[in-house]
Ligand binder design. Sequence first.
Ligand code: SAH
Ligand code: SF4
Ligand code: F3S
Length: 465
Amino acid sequence: MTSTLRASACKNFSVLSITRRDFFCSCGIIRGMNKKLKLITYGCQMNVADSERMAGFLKQIGYSLTEDLDAADLILINTCCVRATAEDKVFGQIGRFKTLKRQKPTLILGVTGCMAQKEGADLIKRAPHVDFVLGTGQSSEVARVVQTIELERKHFVDTSNVSGDIPSEVFPLRGGQVSTFVPIMYGCNNFCTYCIVPYVRGRERSRKPEEIFAEVKQAAAEGFKEITLLGQNVNSYAGGVTFAELLTAVDKIDGVERLRFMTSHPKDLSDELIVAIANGQHICEHIHLPVQYGSNKILKRMNRVYTVEGYLKLVDKIRAALPNVSLTTDLIVGFPGETEDDFQETLDFIKAVKFDAAFTFIYSKRSGTPAATFDNQIDDETKHRRLDELMKVQNAISLEKNRALLDSVVEVLVEGASKTDDKIFTGRTRSNKLILFEHGNEQAGDLVNIKINQAQTWLLKGEVI
Ligand code: SAH
Ligand code: SF4
Ligand code: F3S
């Protein structure tokens, strides 16, 4: 038995003691055998990437992934708190595990991520069946925390280091097979007045280029064709080179067939970046450029630090340099103090820009943020009416943009069979549009040329040529 254990253990391996499921190594690490981890991830791509990294740490102590809740020894809920609806979903999910914990007392339930950072010990007060709560700056501690709980079944909470080091000591255990995320920076310094992210993700810190390159190479070696570099605001990357330089260097890594990045704050999307995209080989012509609102009064109250005119000028500059670029955005309706005139200005603004797509949100009051204390909070009915109207206008624009692509031929990265029909495959254009096509000999990960023959608001259809 010892020799099989030895094969999967660390360099300095020597077994000190063995229990039924675990054994102890002289390096202090407890290694387990065949334990199962169920990951549940809410929120943005950064959270997906963090979950995969935590799974990487947990793999080192013997956990492998399962989709089966009943088989899980550890359930990790990686949470989001950007809007109240995100938090409600998490509380609902935690509540549903109460019975499971009662049936299986050895099950460990951990809550990590942004809401864990925000709520801390209150989460355990509200839901005592949660075993541990770990903040965003301490995800590299997850394995050690789980080991402690495996030994001494007691609650553990640590949210003390919101701007903690970016873990680079293990490679993530990646999901998916074609596209993956590589975080380049964590945190945000912008403090938009509505947003909780700077409070739960800490100050901006950038990873070293070498760490990023190593991770991209590892992902490419695992067969991933598309890499998305992630940060709350990638243009303020400060790892010793500019973001444009970093992107250009990653573009040259063997195996990277497509390169994307998000998110860009309009205030610091540089000319150098536009040139880098234009000159890049695999850098996709898609920029997610959240504008949030289309009136200067509200932009100022949001602390977005650019104007409508400045944003429009930036869009013109991007489109002049990258004629095929697709632009997407985020928009919030119902921000405190929003008048009907402000809202109409926003409708006019999106008609002027013609975004390819927009993620539209109802303003959600986040306690601790400045906007939560602003006068003139907007009532729910008005918020919903404005959201519906905004979506209607944007959907018509998205459809018009997609129709303009009819009969053109686009390069598509094949993702695999669609969920509903295995004769139909899905893929993405360089502009990040979803496309469906009838499957021939294509494999997930192939790049194929497709002629577009149908355009809908949210997707395209076509045939391989
Ligand atoms: N760092 C990115 C995205 C952050 S969160 C950026 O700055 O663009 C993703 C989106 O959630 C934001 O772009 C914003 O549109 C939305 N959002 C953030 N806080 C919100 C709130 N309190 N209510 C509604 N939407 C919000
Ligand atoms: Fe939030 Fe603004 Fe930072 Fe984006 S830039 S994460 S919206 S504070
Ligand atoms: Fe949510 Fe945190 Fe992302 S609050 S949107 S998971 S950074």
